[in-house]
Write a protein that binds this ligand. Structure first.
Ligand code: AMP
Ligand code: GLY
Length: 421
């Protein structure tokens, strides 16, 4: 079968690497892809926002499955249009992707289904929002309702910080995403990413992972898309995973089905493990990036077969096998990230890193110019280490980092610290 993968990040390189290894995969196309995915299949320059172009490409290249990596095309309804054109597509419909596209929608659904999450209130004007903040005090969490590329959440430690965030959002600092704001109680605990593969009725738990959102060592500085991750997360024991499935994932699946918008795709729950048990921070409706880069190397089963079973509503018959090994990825970024990153510098040492034992390199924001790989984004490279333990995976990932020579590249030096201490 020919497969088209949509996206261009480290997540998509990891997915392309895993799908290309499937006996079910004949030709793999990636749109638009990156220099890393080009080694797993054929990159296609295509405007994926133009759904007619995507459909035409599928028809002319005999594509039997489209896999959508990032949230943008999901929220824009790419899966709906592909399905309407008779093309099998993995990912939620536009209506189901609202679990990620609208924080307010998800909070309403949690309230309706009794899913544990932070208390919240919604506002569409500055004055009442400020009054709410003054009444509750800090710390308090301010969120833009819409998609804001990971930059729409401020965990305000003081009233001044909360005021500043609200003023910025209502002044249009995040565009339309900030027209409505959700204000939440600040939860305390350990964060973990939990993934489930869903077919509309059945949810199959995948492995857990721990992300590192802050840009600086010791979890300091502004939030980013994710600076590194490891899997499995020791806090996600089997009984904790069952608790998450029973109190969060399955009630969500049931509520979505009741609303006539069953969820098919990857349900990614950002969780806070509090003293009162696991609580939902937010949903994403796709694989996490960089979590995907540590899940794919641990997955023993055929990913393509599992995604097809999800598309066909047949997950009840599927079991997935995982390696016991741990995986850890360190994300290397261009100086300036999460602000404006420096671009254009040549990255040396990639072959050296790739040749190391137990190391995989997944590209994200790279470009290829005259046979050289250059930095072309905020998050640029994933150096993934595999090992018997998180400590062993950590050592291998950082050995790979140290093989890279890139003027202007930086990374956190403490990825995995929770599992290592
Ligand atoms: P989100 O984009 O909703 O995942 O939020 C980004 C980050 O903000 C999360 O990974 C948490 O670290 C933090 N966060 C969001 N909501 C809360 C909350 N209610 N309590 C504490 N921390 C939160
Ligand atoms: N790593 C968090 C995300 O993909 O949203």
């Amino acid at each position: 079968m020919n497969i088209l993968l949509i996206g261009s990040g480290g997540r998509e390189h990891a997915l392309a690497w895993k799908m290309a290894a499937s006996p079910l995969c004949d030709l793999l196309f990636i749109a638009p892809g990156n220099p890393g995915t080009a080694r797993c299949g054929v990159n296609v320059a295509m405007d994926v926002a133009n759904h007619d172009d995507v459909i035409a490409f599928c028809a002319s290249h005999d594509v039997g499955l489209v896999v959508v990596g990032p949230e943008g095309p999901l929220v824009a309804g790419l899966v709906d249009d592909l399905l309407a054109a008779g093309i099998k597509a993995f990912g939620p419909t536009k209506a189901a992707a609202r679990l990620e596209g609208s924080k307010a929608f998800t909070k309403e659904l949690c309230r309706e289904a009794g899913i544990p999450t932070a208390d919240y209130a919604r506002f569409d004007a500055l004055e009442p929002a400020l009054a709410h903040v003054y009444a509750h005090g800090a710390p308090i969490v301010i969120k833009a309702d819409g998609l804001a590329a990971g930059k729409g959440v401020v965990v305000a430690q003081s009233l001044e910080e909360a005021e500043e965030a609200l003023e910025m959002m209502f002044a249009g600092g995040l565009g339309a995403a900030g027209a409505e704001v959700v204000i939440e109680e600040c939860m305390v605990g350990e964060e973990v990413s939990f993934f489930a593969l869903c077919d509309g009725k059945t949810a199959l738990p995948l492995a857990s992972a721990q992300d590192h959102k802050r840009v600086g060592d010791g979890d300091t500085g502004p939030n980013t898309g994710g600076m590194g991750a490891y899997s499995p997360a020791p806090i996600m024991t089997e009984s904790m995973a069952e608790q998450v499935m029973a109190s969060i994932i399955r009630p969500t699946m049931a509520a979505m089905a009741r609303r006539g918008t069953p969820f098919t795709g990857i349900l990614f729950a950002g969780l806070m493990i509090t003293e009162d048990g696991p609580k939902l921070i937010e949903y994403n409706t796709r694989f996490g990036d960089p979590e995907c880069e540590v899940l794919m190397p641990r997955l023993q089963s055929d990913l393509v077969a599992a995604l097809l079973a999800a598309c066909d509503g047949l997950l009840a018959n599927v079991g997935l096998r995982w390696r016991d090994d741990a995986a850890l990825t360190v994300v290397m970024c261009g100086r300036g990230y999460p602000g404006t990153p420096e671009k254009g510098a040549v990255i040396h040492g990639l072959e050296v890193a790739e040749a190391l034992d137990g190391v995989l390199v997944f590209h994200a924001g790279t470009a290829e110019q005259g046979g050289l790989i250059t930095a072309n984004g905020g998050r640029v490279l994933n150096l993934v280490g595999l090992g018997d333990t998180v400590a062993a995976a950590h050592a291998r990932a950082y050995a790979a980092v140290d093989a890279i020579r890139w003027d202007g590249g930086f990374c956190r030096r403490d990825i995995g610290w929770r599992a290592l201490t």
